[in-house]
Design a protein around this ligand. Structure first.
Ligand SMILES: Cc1cc2nc3c(=O)[nH]c(=O)nc-3n(C[C@H](O)[C@H](O)[C@H](O)COP(=O)(O)OP(=O)(O)OC[C@H]3O[C@@H](n4cnc5c(N)ncnc54)[C@H](O)[C@@H]3O)c2cc1C
Length: 342
């Protein structure tokens, strides 16, 4: 079957440029179109799709846009109407889209409306011997390979699978697509979000910093130093922009009445019963590196650890480099060096 591909994208909070993940899916579309020798089109949903299209300059594919003030907010009713209009304008067999919370909300509904199928959390595409896509299941333990004969086929892509498309700038001709929006039943009256500095989980950061339970355990002087630990960790995060992960033992301590780091929640937990983040580098500190924790590091490229224990799990082949040292001292020195560089 001759395939044709539509990449569905959406704007970021400014409403005038595409999200990083959307740009990654543009790369996926370009790659897949080349491999299948298929027709490629880009669909943009934004307040002003002409401005947002600036980022895909040089794509060499027709660009379609739906523009409306309503797209300033993620809203099921209006988003799905916009995407459906883009689909009907292009009539592709394959639709690639970002696995963003905004798109995840409408992807299944869109597939239903257009009489298609949907698969989500895609992490790889193969084209040898027919189109196959992969996703991970059961906490990243099972890789599933999916193929379908039904079309249209909606596929939402995880972050980090493709590099973001780098446009060459310049004007892009956007074909405006008319969309009839339904009456809005949801009105956004404001956004409550933690201050940027308080936001410790940063999926786009290059580095993951993991804090383990050792930070709140008794140290060589027989005392705990949770306050100092908190200051060192937050200082490091602020200076590097790293994302903060934690071991289960550390985040569980609040419930056990032991010293806690107040900025950590179960959302920070990495591992078998936590998250599996994707960062280029990872640094584990005061963490033993036990298997249920380290399985959450599956997608971390360069792994380092600071532990007092030369026999910790990291030292047994789970990290590229292990510094057998006191993390309090190491981090104080690193923060000092980072501070003097600025
Ligand atoms: C079913 C199941 C699911 C689980 N899921 C998860 C999960 O999702 N994520 C997870 O993290 N765990 C999980 N666990 C728990 C996991 O097995 C470990 O118990 C946990 O990861 C240990 O956390 P930790 O390494 O921070 O603490 P600890 O084992 O207490 O290790 C603390 C480390 O800090 C070091 N240390 C102390 N002071 C310093 C210092 N000053 N400088 C440097 N190093 C120092 C110590 O030498 C020690 O190695 C799970 C367990 C089970 C049974």
């Amino acid at each position: 079957m001759a395939e044709s591909i539509l990449v569905l994208t959406h704007a970021d909070e400014t409403g005038r440029s595409l999200t990083k993940l959307s740009m990654e899916v543009v790369s996926a579309g370009k790659d897949l179109a080349a491999r299948l020798d298929a027709h490629l089109a880009i669909g943009i949903l934004a307040v002003d799709s002409v401005s947002a299209a600036g980022t895909v300059g040089g794509i060499g594919a027709p660009v379609f846009g739906v523009s409306d003030e309503a797209f300033a907010q993620a809203r099921y009713g209006t988003d799905i109407a916009g995407y459906e209009a883009l689909y009907r304008a292009v009539q592709p067999t394959i639709i690639l889209a970002p696995q963003s919370s905004r798109m995840a909300r409408v992807a299944a509904g869109l597939a239903h409306r257009i009489g298609g199928k949907v698969d989500t959390h895609i992490t790889a595409i193969r084209t040898e011997g027919g189109l196959e896509v992969s996703r991970w299941l059961y906490r990243q333990r099972i890789e599933t390979v999916i193929t379908r004969s039904e079309r249209p086929w909606v596929l939402t892509f995880e972050a980090g699978v493709y590099p973001p498309f780098e446009g060459t700038g310049g004007d892009v001709v956007v074909e405006p697509v008319a969309v009839e929006l339904p009456p809005k039943r949801t009105k956004v009256i404001g956004v409550r979000a933690p201050a940027q500095a308080a936001q410790t989980i940063r999926p786009d950061a290059r580095m993951l910093f993991v804090a383990g339970a050792g930070w709140t355990k008794k140290q060589a002087d027989g005392q705990t130093h949770a306050l100092e630990a908190g200051e060192l960790i937050l200082g490091f995060l602020q200076k590097t922009g790293a994302s903060l992960g934690s071991s289960k033992s550390l985040v569980d301590q609040g419930g056990d009445g032991q010293p806690v780091l107040p900025f950590l929640t179960h959302m920070n937990q990495v591992g078998q019963t936590g998250s599996t983040p994707r960062h280029a580098k990872g640094l584990a500190t005061c963490c033993h590196g036990e298997e249920p924790h380290v399985v959450g590091w599956r997608f971390i490229g360069d792994r380092r650890a600071i532990s007092l224990d030369p026999n910790c799990g990291w030292a047994r082949g789970k990290a590229d480099v292990v510094y057998v040292a006191d993390a309090f001292k190491v981090l104080a020195k690193v923060n000092e060096l980072l501070g003097s560089r600025r």
